[in-house]
Every structure is written in structure tokens, then in C-alpha cells.
Ligand binder design. Structure first.
Ligand SMILES: [Zn+2]
Length: 331
């Protein structure tokens, strides 16, 4: 009889190991096939009406939690939430997931990931969008539109390949007009309150320098690509935008950064992530967005949700809860 207590379980594993070696006589068991040593490609397909969507994993960053990662609570509280989500001790993990939407007439990439070399040394942990697009059989030259939700580096820098060239040479690059006005302003840049903000302003200059003519500014509440409508969700940045992707009576909400990682900021919607330009505004937006998504039982896709980053959001008292969608082997 197997008793499921910790002592028996651990002892049991050792005993089973010894027994299987003993059964094989003098030859210890060994794997005949070399281990892969690398992660599998990260892409996941789902349908929205007649549209075929693909969640493309750009990777994930794990780093020691900075002191003010959650700007408005004590670090111990933030660490406890990360610990409760089984993140490595003292660390925080942030995944990145651009979305590819094939409408049948247009191929649209929503956000572009970190690019390569943005967070050195990354050891390949981020900037995986191009390789995962290739794994999904997608030629970057075939992408018609790169639709950016806001102008933070983890969303924009993938528009450049490692050599600095444009990774999607035939794509129109669409940016929220409000964010462009904010981040491209020399006056705003000169008033940047801290190094993080200074870096963000500099990054916009570097990433979009010389390609301003390829950039189209879009407004909120508009169909910015076939079946894709921009939704005003400001706060995280002034022009931060989410999208409704609709086809044949089905809709998904691509929330972008309405929350950063859900384990902290969807569970605790009043927490402000360090990267917010306007924390209180982002908090207000978050409640509005999730109250609507929960009432509609809408499918929500989150750039910083765990891959494949598709799920539903429910109200849970004053908090929210994410129910990830089950992996669907057919589409
Ligand atoms: Zn982000």
C-alpha cells in the first residue's frame, strides 16, 4: 500500500530507483538518447471566428525583485505574492507573448517582443519572437502590420533584428498616437523623473530613429486592422492600448499590459507595477477592464500572462482570478 505522506513518498522514490537497477542486474539503467538541453518552440494557435491567431512566446525574464517593483506596497508583501506563485526565491519572472492574427486578408503582429540584446546577458531567455515565428512557419516578410500597444521596450524592440535592420521589412508599424506624442516629446524627455523613464525615452529614439516614415499613428476606438479595434486603456503609459479582435460573432480581448504578471497584479489589482507612468490611472483602468471582461465572460489574452497567455478573468471579491484556457490540440 502506498501512503501519501512526505516521508514515505521521498523514501519510496529512492527505493523504486534502487529496485529498478537491481532488476537489471549489473548494468545500471541509462538513457540511450541524448537530452535536448533546450526548450521546445513556443507558439500556440487558437481561433477567433474565422481568424487564426497564434500566441508567440518571446521568452521570459527572471530577475531579483527590485525594491520598488510594486511601487505602493512593502517589498515583503510583493515577495510573498511571488513566493506564493512558486517563483524562484526572491525573484520575479515576467513572460512576454506577442500575438499573431491572420485575418485571412492581413497578417497582423500585436507587439514585437524584446528584440535581441535588449537585456544582456539574456542567454536567449528573451527575444525569441523571430525564432518562434520561424518555428510556426511564418516568414517575417509576410507580416503586413505590426500593431504596437504602447512604446515600452519589451513590446517595441523586436521590430529590429539583431543587426539593427527592420525585422518585418514589409510591415506598416502602427503606434498609439497618444503614446507617440508622449514618448517622442523632447520636453517630456527632459523632465523624466528617474533613470527608468530616461531609458524609456532614449529607447523610443533609438528604436524608431530613421524609420519615422514607416510609422502610422492610430487613435482609440477605431478599427485599426480588419476586425481589430483599439481600446483606450491608459495609465500604464499615457497611450497604452488594448485590442478587441472580432470575427464571426467571436471576440477576444488582447489586454496588453492592463496588468503586468497576473500572479501579482490581477490578484492584487490595486498594486502598481514600477513600470507604470501613472499608477492610480492604471489601477482605475484595470478595474474597469476586468469588470467588463468578467461580466462578458470574455477570453482575455495577456502579454505578460504565462504562455500561451490565453484565459478568462473572474471577479474574486475585491480581487480577480485568471483561469488559463486548456491547451487545445485542435483548432
Ligand atoms: Zn510590458
Amino acid at each position: 500500500m502506498i501512503e501519501l505522506n512526505r516521508r514515505h513518498l521521498l523514501a519510496g522514490v529512492a527505493a523504486v530507483g534502487a529496485a529498478s537497477v537491481a532488476r537489471l542486474g549489473t548494468t545500471p539503467a541509462h538513457a540511450a538518447v541524448p537530452q535536448a538541453g533546450t526548450q521546445a518552440p513556443g507558439f500556440y494557435r487558437y481561433k477567433v471566428g474565422s481568424y487564426e491567431c497564434t500566441s508567440i512566446n518571446d521568452g521570459a525574464r527572471t530577475f531579483p525583485m527590485p525594491d520598488k517593483f510594486v511601487a505602493n506596497v512593502a517589498k515583503e508583501e510583493a515577495l510573498a505574492a511571488a513566493d506564493a506563485a512558486y517563483m524562484p526565491k526572491g525573484m520575479v519572472t515576467i513572460p512576454f507573448n506577442p500575438q499573431l492574427i491572420n485575418t485571412g486578408s492581413k497578417l497582423v503582429l500585436i507587439d514585437s517582443g524584446n528584440g535581441i540584446g535588449n537585456f544582456e546577458p539574456s542567454k536567449g531567455a528573451v527575444g525569441r519572437t523571430l525564432q518562434n515565428l520561424a518555428a510556426a512557419g511564418v516568414d517575417p516578410k509576410s507580416i503586413d502590420i505590426v500593431l504596437l500597444s504602447h512604446l515600452h521596450p519589451d513590446h517595441t524592440n523586436g521590430i529590429r533584428a539583431a543587426d539593427g535592420s527592420i525585422a518585418f521589412p514589409n510591415a506598416e508599424i502602427m503606434v498609439p498616437a497618444v503614446d507617440w506624442a508622449f514618448w517622442a516629446s523632447e520636453e517630456n524627455a527632459s523632465k523624466a523623473p528617474n533613470d527608468m523613464m530616461k531609458n524609456y525615452f532614449a529607447n523610443v529614439k533609438k528604436t524608431f530613429g530613421g524609420i519615422e516614415s514607416k510609422v502610422t499613428k492610430y487613435e482609440w476606438g477605431k478599427e485599426v486592422a480588419p476586425g481589430i479595434t483599439s481600446i483606450a486603456t491608459p495609465g500604464h503609459t499615457p497611450g497604452h492600448t488594448s485590442f478587441a479582435v472580432a470575427s464571426g460573432g467571436s471576440t477576444v480581448l488582447v489586454q496588453s499590459d492592463v496588468t503586468n504578471i497576473p500572479e501579482l497584479f490581477l490578484r492584487n489589482p490595486d498594486w502598481h507595477v514600477a513600470f507604470d507612468v501613472d499608477g492610480p490611472k492604471a489601477q482605475e483602468t484595470r478595474h474597469k477592464f476586468y469588470d467588463m471582461a468578467a461580466a462578458e465572460k470574455a477570453t482575455v489574452v495577456g502579454f505578460h500572462f504565462t504562455f500561451p497567455s490565453v484565459g478568462h478573468v473572474e471577479k474574486d471579491g475585491a480581487k480577480y482570478r485568471l483561469i488559463p484556457s486548456a491547451w487545445n490540440p485542435t483548432i
